[in-house]
Design a protein around this ligand. Structure first.
Ligand SMILES: [Zn+2]
Ligand SMILES: [Zn+2]
Length: 383
């Protein structure tokens, strides 16, 4: 069994030793606290919570009971209600992110409510519904921050990598990482919007495309199924690029005006029949797939990259000379997350999710990596 405060507390000799040693009593007590929302405390008065922790690179997510963290100056404690699972959580699971220290609780699609405020935080109040995405804080002092470019901060923080993230019942984060969630969105729906949502919404709204322009979304998956909805709601001529017939009906239902099946049609020719795509949003993490569609751009079209393809791709420089652009897009800051969620509430954009309990993180993560989730996995922590 993993170390927890009930068993580790039993050796120090003070308090009610019988209760300490009776794990069943502890479980019953915990259940009562869950049912009544009474704070769950060990006999020494510290409040404890459940967390799913990666202890070593490649190891499983392990359930730990930990003391609920206290927010320091400038920090906010969030009672987590839901946390989405993202491919990028693999950076933690396999210990691959520069500067990452294990053990770590992953999770950067966090939705919940403000539970406590550290000194100096006056923008939020206890009870506010809030979330945190990938951008988990910045320094305000480096040159990019002084220019307002917080995403390129020289000392950035990433939620669930720089500090413990949302695979737990409470997290503490810097106030500048926190975004408000509109009432119309449930925590489970809001969570994926804080990564997959903001990434696609923010890329599209900054792509330069205007209403009526041809915007092709490559890939109908976790990112693509949201991108199709956003592109449609933003007034673009929305084209879905995918492989096979099986996704066509869904892509059209999500908002695609046209569906191009790469297994049966020539994507480039089909896009050029429309005059070329003004924007191609590449959501599929495949350099090879991206390479195949670049020539589907219009003369001054723009390829927007929002997913990290592991394999490189090449382009023909001659074909780019007409004025084509290749543009990478990061997710966004907290206010971009708020914009994403407000727009989603206003225009009825929702993620399609599969729910898992917090303890089901291993199973959910495995399904995400196998690509068998339709379309985002969410840890439903509140229930
Ligand atoms: Zn993510
Ligand atoms: Zn900075």
């Amino acid at each position: 069994m993993s170390p927890n405060l009930w068993t580790s507390g039993s050796s120090n000799g003070d308090g009610d030793a019988n209760l300490d040693q009776d794990y069943n009593a502890a479980l019953l007590y915990r259940r009562r606290c869950q049912l009544t929302s009474e704070p769950y405390t060990d006999r020494r008065g510290g409040v404890v919570m459940k967390a799913m922790v990666v202890r070593e690179a490649g190891g499983p997510f392990e359930l730990e009971e930990r003391e609920v963290p206290e927010p320091g100056p400038g920090e906010i404690r969030i009672k987590v209600e839901a946390c989405g699972i993202c491919h990028s959580d693999a950076f933690v699971k396999f210990g691959q992110f520069p500067g990452l220290e294990l053990p770590r609780v992953p999770g950067h699609e966090v939705a919940g409510a403000v539970d406590a405020l550290g000194d100096g935080v006056d923008l939020f109040s206890v009870g506010d519904r809030v979330g945190v995405g990938w951008h988990g804080g910045h320094c305000f002092k480096c040159d990019p921050c002084r220019r307002g470019d917080f995403l390129n901060c020289k000392s950035p923080k990433v939620c669930g990598i720089s500090y413990d993230g949302g695979y737990q019942e409470y997290l503490v984060c810097p106030w500048e990482a926190v975004a408000r969630i509109p009432d119309a969105l449930s925590a489970v729906d809001a969570a994926p919007l804080l990564c997959a949502g903001i990434t696609t919404y923010n890329a599209l709204r900054n792509s330069g495309a205007r209403p009526g322009d041809v915007v092709a979304v490559q890939g109908v998956g976790g990112l693509g199924h949201l991108a199709l909805q956003y592109a449609n709601r933003m007034g673009f001529h929305t084209v879905a690029l995918s492989r096979g017939k099986d996704k066509e009906a869904l892509a059209r239902k999500l908002g695609a005006h046209q569906y191009i099946d790469a297994t049966a049609q020539d994507e480039v020719k089909e896009l050029q029949k429309l005059g070329g795509a003004d924007v191609i949003l590449a959501t599929a993490p495949s350099g090879k797939a991206i390479e195949g569609v670049v020539n589907g751009l219009s003369g001054r079209g723009k390829l927007m990259l929002v997913a990290a393809a592991p394999d490189p791709f090449s382009v023909n420089a001659f074909g780019m000379l007409s004025g084509k652009m290749i543009h990478g897009w990061p997710s966004g800051s907290a206010i971009d997350s708020e914009d994403t969620m407000r727009f989603s509430a206003l225009t009825d954009v929702r993620p399609q999710v599969e729910r898992f309990p917090l303890e089901g993180a291993d199973e959910a993560f495995a399904k995400v990596m196998e690509n068998t989730i339709r379309f985002r996995a969410v840890l439903d922590i509140a229930s």
